[in-house]
Design a protein around this ligand. Structure first.
Ligand code: ADP
Length: 279
């Protein structure tokens, strides 16, 4: 707690053999914010995250998590940070509650039962708490995984591609969870290859490309880097529904006195402007 920032990365470098993956990454994550690290597949996001979590050694530069240097004080860093990866740490044979209890005991938290029950309630998993996690949907499993990563109250949470491989409904569930986390004051670094995810969740966005952070800022700041949107007019083809409504009208049967000419004069404007016909 010696610094204002949750994460401070300066000049971080890492190569695998002669492949330079990180060539000088600088990034600061303020406390209580959600920061997205956006980059295409293979950009080096997971490499950076593994260094942050002390799972991988950097070649150069400095990385400080919650005031502790990863190279000098890895044990303190591990106590401050929690990493949730794409491959859930959930044990499928255990129930949701048992998974949380197991993590609580491993992390030696006081009152693991109470912690498990609080997290089950917070992540909307009370009803499913007695069911084996193997029966959970993708979104529930990822929510349980995030809940497990919060056992012991880490001040910094790293979510590595939290929605990769999830269907849209499960993705929305996870998004709700992350928003809730942000609201509760946890500092979150989120890696993603989905622009929409960064747009939806992050206070600030950093783009990792060619081994460095090439831009960083709020969404509004990033948008200002590009010219204003241009308005394009696209000729719209009518949908079958619009064609149908233009031909048959609005469902009111034509009167017996209607002549084909009268019908023609009524339907032809609609046929030219099908949007008008359907409204
Ligand atoms: P991202 O998470 O952005 O997809 P990664 O950090 O996983 O990127 O990978 C960045 C690059 O480093 C990729 O080209 C990947 O193939 C390579 N890489 C990752 N891990 C290793 C490893 N253990 N050994 C060799 N190359 C690796």
């Amino acid at each position: 707690m010696t610094t204002q920032n949750a994460i401070e990365i300066a000049g971080l470098t890492k190569s695998y053999g002669d492949q330079a993956v990180l060539t000088g990454v600088d990034l600061t994550v303020a406390r209580g914010t959600v920061h997205a690290l956006l980059g295409s597949n293979g950009a080096g996001k997971t490499t950076a995250v593994r260094i942050l979590a002390t799972l991988l050694r950097a070649d150069g530069g400095s990385v400080v998590v919650d005031g502790h240097d990863v190279a000098l004080d890895p044990a303190q860093v591990r106590a401050s940070i929690s990493l949730t990866g794409q491959f859930a740490a959930v044990d499928e044979v255990l129930t949701g509650r048992e998974n949380l209890l197991l993590v609580g005991r491993l992390r030696r938290v006081e009152h693991p039962e109470r912690v498990a029950d609080e997290l089950l309630a917070r992540f909307d998993l009370v009803e499913a708490s007695g069911r084996r996690a193997g029966t959970y949907s993708g979104g529930m499993r990822r929510r349980l995984d995030i809940a497990m990563s919060l056992v012991g109250n880490p001040s910094v949470l790293v979510l590595d591609e939290p929605t990769t491989g999830l269907d849209p409904q499960s993705r929305n569930e996870v998004w709700r969870t992350v928003r809730e986390l942000a609201g509760s004051g946890t500092s979150v670094l989120l890696t993603t290859q989905y622009l929409e995810e960064a747009e939806q969740l992050a206070d600030r966005i950093a783009i990792l490309h060619d081994g460095r952070i090439i831009v960083e800022g709020t969404l509004a700041e990033l948008k200002r880097l590009f010219p204003p949107a241009t308005v394009e007019y696209v000729e719209k083809q009518p949908t079958l529904e619009e064609v149908f409504l233009a031909i048959v009208g609005d469902g009111i049967r034509p009167e017996a006195s209607d002549t084909p000419d009268a019908r023609e004069s009524r339907t032809s404007p609609d046929a030219k402007t099908p949007e008008g016909a359907s409204s």
